[in-house]
Design a binder for this molecule. Structure first.
Ligand code: NAP
Ligand code: F7E
Length: 349
C-alpha cells in the first residue's frame, strides 16, 4: 500500500530534498508551509516536485493547524523539520526561537499522540546541542552544552522526543545532524553566503565578502545524502537517536579558500572580517562520529568537503550567469538583502 509522509517545513532545504527522495520511493507526500505574503516554493520548483507535493498551511505556534495537518495527511511517517533554523537569528529573537523551535516539537508530538499514535516521528536535532568547549569528535554519548537560544530550544525538542518515546511508546527519534549544505541552502548560512559571494565577485557584481569568525570548525556534509539517513532512521525496527556526520572538520577559513579557488580567485583580495558578523557566543569545534549510523543504517557520506564546495560555487556561478543572460528560474539570491543593510542587537558588539 502507498505510504504517506508529512514533512513540516517542506519549503526549506531539507524539506525539499526529502520530499523529492520520498516521492522517488513512491510515497504520497504532504508538506506544511507558512502562509506568508510572498510564497517560498523555489526549492520545490527547482527540484521539479512542487506539483507533486500536497501542501497544508500550518504554523508551529498554532497547535490547531498542526493537528489539522496530521488529520489531513494521516501520515505513516512524520518528519518534523520546521524550525527557525538560523543560529544567529536566535540571538535576535530568543523567545521566538523557544516557542517555534522548542515548543513546536511538543505541539507536534501532542498532536501525534492524540490523533495518530501509530505515526513514526523523525525530529531534526542538531550538532549545535553539543555547544562550545569540546575538543573531541562528538557521538551519541557526548554531553550536551548548548551555546545559543537555538540550541537550547533544540535541546528541549531532543528531550521531549525521548520523553514521549518512553512515556507513550511513540516511535520517535532524534537525528543529530551535523551541518549539511547544498545549492538549496539559505543565503544566511556561511557556506551559501560564501558560494554566492564568490559567484557574484567572479561576475563583477560584488567587490568584497565580509565574514565573522573564520576559525570556527564545522563538519560539513551534502544535504541530499542526509535526508536519506532521515528516511532510513524511520525504517528501523526500534527508534534510535543517531549522529549523522562526515567525521571531518574544516575551518570557515578553509571553506573560503576552497571556494575562491574553484573560481580561480585570490581570497585575500576580497575577504575581510567584521565583528558585526560574530555571534555573542559561538561554537568553535564540531566534528561528528557517525559510527552508529554506519552500523545501524549502513549510511556513509560520499561527497567530500572539496566536492561540496565545488558543487555549491559552480551552481551559484551558473545561476548568476543565467540571470545576467535574462533567464527567469526559481532561486533566492536576486531578492536577498545586502547584509550591511540589516541591523540587529546581536550584531551591535
Ligand atoms: P531551513 O532551510 O531553514 O528550513 C526551515 C523550514 O522551517 C522552512 O520550511 C520554514 O518555512 C519552516 N518554518 C520556520 N518557522 C516556522 C514556523 N513558525 N512554522 C512553520 N514552519 C516554519 O532549514 P533546513 O536546513 O532545511 O533544516 C531543517 C531542520 O533541520 C531544521 O529544524 C534545522 O534546525 C535542522 N537542522 C539543520 C541542519 C543543517 O545543517 N541544515 C543541521 C541540523 C539540524 P519558510 O520557508 O516559510 O521560512
Ligand atoms: O555558521 C561562522 C559562524 O550559520 C557556521 C544551521 O543549519 O548548522 C547550522 O548552524 C559557522 C559559525 O551554521 C559568518 O559563526 C563566520 O561558527 O553557517 P552557519 P551553524 O551556526 O553551524 C547547525 C548544525 C544547525 O542545526 C543550524 O540549523 O560559521 N561564520 N562568518 C559565519 N556564519 C554566518 N552565517 N555568516 C557569517 O558571515
Amino acid at each position: 500500500m502507498t505510504k504517506s509522509a508529512l514533512i513540516t517545513g517542506v519549503t526549506g532545504q531539507d524539506g525539499a530534498y526529502l520530499a523529492s527522495h520520498l516521492l522517488d520511493k513512491g510515497y504520497r507526500v504532504f508538506g506544511t508551509y507558512r502562509r506568508v505574503s510572498t510564497p517560498n516554493f523555489w526549492r520545490l520548483q527547482h527540484l521539479e516536485v512542487f506539483d507533486r507535493v500536497t501542501l497544508i498551511p500550518a504554523d508551529l505556534i498554532d497547535d490547531a493547524s498542526i493537528a489539522e495537518a496530521i488529520r489531513i495527511a494521516e501520515p505513516d511517517e512524520l518528519y518534523h523539520l520546521a524550525a527557525q533554523s538560523f543560529v544567529g537569528a536566535s540571538f535576535e529573537q530568543p523567545i521566538g526561537a523557544g516557542d517555534v523551535t522548542g515548543l513546536g516539537v511538543v505541539r507536534v508530538l501532542e498532536a501525534v499522540r492524540t490523533i495518530s499514535p501509530r505515526t513514526r516521528v523523525y525530529q531534526a536535532s542538531t550538532s549545535e546541542l553539543y555547544g562550545d568547549g569540546g575538543q573531541e569528535p562528538q557521538s551519541e554519548e557526548t554531553p550536551f552544552r548548548p551555546s545559543s537560544p537555538y540550541a537550547a530550544a533544540k535541546l528541549y525538542g531532543y528531550s521531549i522526543v525521548r520523553i514521549y518515546r518512553e512515556a507513550y511508546r511513540l516511535f520517535a527519534c532524534n537525528g543529530i545532524l551535523f551541518n549539511h549544505e547544498s545549492p538549496l541552502r539559505g543565503l544566511e548560512f556561511v557556506t551559501r553566503k560564501v558560494s554566492n559571494a564568490v559567484a557574484k565577485i567572479r561576475h563583477g557584481l560584488q567587490s568584497e565578502l565580509v565574514l565573522g569568525n573564520l576559525d570556527a570548525k564545522r563538519d560539513w556534509g551534502y544535504a541530499p545524502e542526509y535526508v536519506e539517513a532521515m528516511w532510513a532512521m524511520l525504517q528501523l525496527d526500534h527508534p534510535e537517536d543517531m549522529v549523522i556526520a562526515t567525521n571531518e572538520s574544516h575551518t570557515v577559513r578553509e571553506l573560503v579558500n576552497a571556494a575562491f579557488s574553484v573560481a580561480g580567485l585570490a581570497p585575500e583580495k576580497y575577504v575581510r572580517t567584521d565583528p558585526r558578523f560574530c555571534r555573542p557566543l559561538d561554537v568553535n569545534y564540531l566534528q561528528g562520529d557517525n559510527s552508529k549510523a554506519r552500523r545501524l543504517l549502513g549510511w556513509t557520506p560520499k561527497v567530500t568537503f572539496d566536492e561540496l564546495v565545488r558543487i555549491m560555487v559552480t551552481a551559484d556561478m551558473e545561476r548568476w550567469d543565467r540571470c545576467r543572460r535574462g533567464e527567469h528560474f526559481p532561486w533566492d539570491a536576486p531578492n536577498y538583502p545586502n547584509e550591511a543593510n540589516i541591523v540587529t542587537k546581536s550584531l551591535r558588539v
